[in-house]
Design a protein around this ligand. Structure first.
Ligand code: AMP
Length: 132
Protein backbone atom coordinates (compact mmCIF):
# COMPACT_ATOMS: atom_id res chain seq x y z
CA UNK A 1 0.00 0.00 0.00
CA UNK A 2 1.23 3.50 -0.85
CA UNK A 3 2.30 5.80 1.98
CA UNK A 4 0.23 8.89 2.68
CA UNK A 5 3.07 10.96 1.19
CA UNK A 6 3.07 8.93 -2.05
CA UNK A 7 -0.67 9.62 -2.24
CA UNK A 8 0.11 13.33 -1.88
CA UNK A 9 2.71 13.15 -4.68
CA UNK A 10 0.17 11.40 -6.92
CA UNK A 11 -2.50 13.99 -6.10
CA UNK A 12 -4.75 11.39 -4.47
CA UNK A 13 -4.68 13.40 -1.23
CA UNK A 14 -4.65 17.23 -1.25
CA UNK A 15 -1.62 19.15 -0.01
CA UNK A 16 -0.29 22.68 0.18
CA UNK A 17 2.34 22.09 -2.48
CA UNK A 18 5.56 24.11 -2.33
CA UNK A 19 7.79 22.64 -5.03
CA UNK A 20 8.46 19.55 -7.10
CA UNK A 21 11.17 18.19 -9.35
CA UNK A 22 11.55 14.82 -11.05
CA UNK A 23 12.53 12.99 -7.86
CA UNK A 24 11.37 15.20 -4.97
CA UNK A 25 8.30 16.93 -3.60
CA UNK A 26 7.84 19.62 -0.92
CA UNK A 27 4.62 20.59 0.84
CA UNK A 28 3.47 22.27 4.05
CA UNK A 29 3.20 20.13 7.17
CA UNK A 30 -0.52 19.91 7.95
CA UNK A 31 0.20 20.22 11.68
CA UNK A 32 2.89 22.91 11.68
CA UNK A 33 5.38 23.59 14.47
CA UNK A 34 5.82 27.11 13.01
CA UNK A 35 4.49 29.21 10.12
CA UNK A 36 5.92 27.73 6.90
CA UNK A 37 6.87 24.32 8.37
CA UNK A 38 7.63 22.32 5.23
CA UNK A 39 8.33 18.65 4.48
CA UNK A 40 10.74 17.61 1.72
CA UNK A 41 10.48 14.04 0.49
CA UNK A 42 11.94 11.79 -2.17
CA UNK A 43 9.23 10.50 -4.50
CA UNK A 44 10.80 7.07 -4.08
CA UNK A 45 9.10 5.43 -1.14
CA UNK A 46 11.74 4.57 1.44
CA UNK A 47 10.88 4.55 5.15
CA UNK A 48 14.18 5.43 6.83
CA UNK A 49 16.06 8.47 5.53
CA UNK A 50 19.42 6.81 6.00
CA UNK A 51 18.37 3.81 3.91
CA UNK A 52 18.46 6.09 0.84
CA UNK A 53 21.47 5.55 -1.41
CA UNK A 54 24.18 8.17 -0.74
CA UNK A 55 23.49 9.98 -4.03
CA UNK A 56 19.73 9.99 -3.28
CA UNK A 57 20.33 11.45 0.18
CA UNK A 58 22.63 14.09 -1.32
CA UNK A 59 19.99 14.98 -3.94
CA UNK A 60 17.25 15.26 -1.30
CA UNK A 61 19.52 17.48 0.80
CA UNK A 62 20.20 19.73 -2.20
CA UNK A 63 16.47 19.93 -2.97
CA UNK A 64 15.78 20.78 0.70
CA UNK A 65 18.43 23.52 0.58
CA UNK A 66 16.67 25.19 -2.35
CA UNK A 67 13.33 24.96 -0.53
CA UNK A 68 14.89 26.37 2.68
CA UNK A 69 16.33 29.27 0.69
CA UNK A 70 12.82 29.95 -0.62
CA UNK A 71 11.41 29.87 2.93
CA UNK A 72 14.12 32.28 4.10
CA UNK A 73 13.45 34.67 1.22
CA UNK A 74 9.67 34.54 1.56
CA UNK A 75 9.18 34.52 5.33
CA UNK A 76 12.40 36.09 6.66
CA UNK A 77 12.88 33.90 9.74
CA UNK A 78 16.17 34.22 11.68
CA UNK A 79 17.00 30.95 9.94
CA UNK A 80 15.36 27.70 8.97
CA UNK A 81 16.00 24.69 11.18
CA UNK A 82 15.97 21.03 10.25
CA UNK A 83 14.49 18.03 12.05
CA UNK A 84 14.45 14.42 10.92
CA UNK A 85 12.23 12.09 12.91
CA UNK A 86 10.06 9.80 10.81
CA UNK A 87 8.26 8.07 13.65
CA UNK A 88 4.77 8.90 12.35
CA UNK A 89 4.95 8.56 8.57
CA UNK A 90 7.08 5.71 7.13
CA UNK A 91 8.23 7.69 4.09
CA UNK A 92 11.55 9.53 4.46
CA UNK A 93 11.16 13.27 4.97
CA UNK A 94 13.09 16.31 6.12
CA UNK A 95 11.25 18.84 8.29
CA UNK A 96 12.19 22.46 7.50
CA UNK A 97 11.02 24.69 10.34
CA UNK A 98 11.46 28.47 10.18
CA UNK A 99 12.73 29.99 13.45
CA UNK A 100 11.36 33.47 14.05
CA UNK A 101 12.67 34.15 17.58
CA UNK A 102 15.70 32.84 19.41
CA UNK A 103 13.37 31.87 22.24
CA UNK A 104 11.11 29.82 19.92
CA UNK A 105 10.76 26.25 21.15
CA UNK A 106 12.22 24.10 18.37
CA UNK A 107 10.33 20.86 18.52
CA UNK A 108 7.76 18.88 16.59
CA UNK A 109 5.71 18.84 19.80
CA UNK A 110 4.90 22.54 19.53
CA UNK A 111 2.08 23.40 17.10
CA UNK A 112 0.66 26.61 15.66
CA UNK A 113 -2.94 27.01 14.51
CA UNK A 114 -3.32 28.29 10.95
CA UNK A 115 -6.41 28.65 8.80
CA UNK A 116 -6.67 27.04 5.36
CA UNK A 117 -6.33 30.50 3.81
CA UNK A 118 -3.16 31.18 5.80
CA UNK A 119 -1.72 27.80 4.74
CA UNK A 120 -2.54 28.47 1.10
CA UNK A 121 -0.98 31.95 1.28
CA UNK A 122 2.19 30.59 2.93
CA UNK A 123 2.53 27.84 0.31
CA UNK A 124 2.16 30.40 -2.50
CA UNK A 125 4.65 32.83 -0.89
CA UNK A 126 7.31 30.15 -0.41
CA UNK A 127 6.68 28.56 -3.76
CA UNK A 128 7.15 31.88 -5.59
CA UNK A 129 10.56 32.32 -3.95
CA UNK A 130 12.05 28.96 -4.92
CA UNK A 131 14.40 28.47 -7.83
CA UNK A 132 15.00 24.78 -8.55
P1 AMP B 1 7.36 12.30 11.65
O1 AMP B 1 7.06 11.03 10.85
O2 AMP B 1 7.31 12.08 13.13
O3 AMP B 1 8.64 12.96 11.21
O4 AMP B 1 6.20 13.34 11.37
C1 AMP B 1 5.37 13.27 10.24
C2 AMP B 1 4.82 14.66 9.93
O5 AMP B 1 3.96 14.53 8.82
C3 AMP B 1 4.04 15.30 11.07
O6 AMP B 1 4.62 16.56 11.39
C4 AMP B 1 2.63 15.45 10.48
O7 AMP B 1 1.97 16.64 10.90
C5 AMP B 1 2.89 15.44 8.99
N1 AMP B 1 1.77 14.95 8.18
C6 AMP B 1 1.05 13.82 8.36
N2 AMP B 1 0.09 13.71 7.42
C7 AMP B 1 0.22 14.81 6.62
C8 AMP B 1 -0.48 15.29 5.47
N3 AMP B 1 -1.52 14.62 4.93
N4 AMP B 1 -0.10 16.48 4.93
C9 AMP B 1 0.93 17.17 5.45
N5 AMP B 1 1.63 16.76 6.53
C10 AMP B 1 1.28 15.61 7.11
Amino acid sequence: MSSIFTKIVKGEIPSYKIAEDKKHFAFLDINPAAKGHTLCIPKKEVDYLFDLEPDELAALTQFSQKVAMGIDKALKPIRTGVIVEGLEVPHAHIHLIPIYKESQAFSLGKKVELTKDEMKKLADQISQNITL
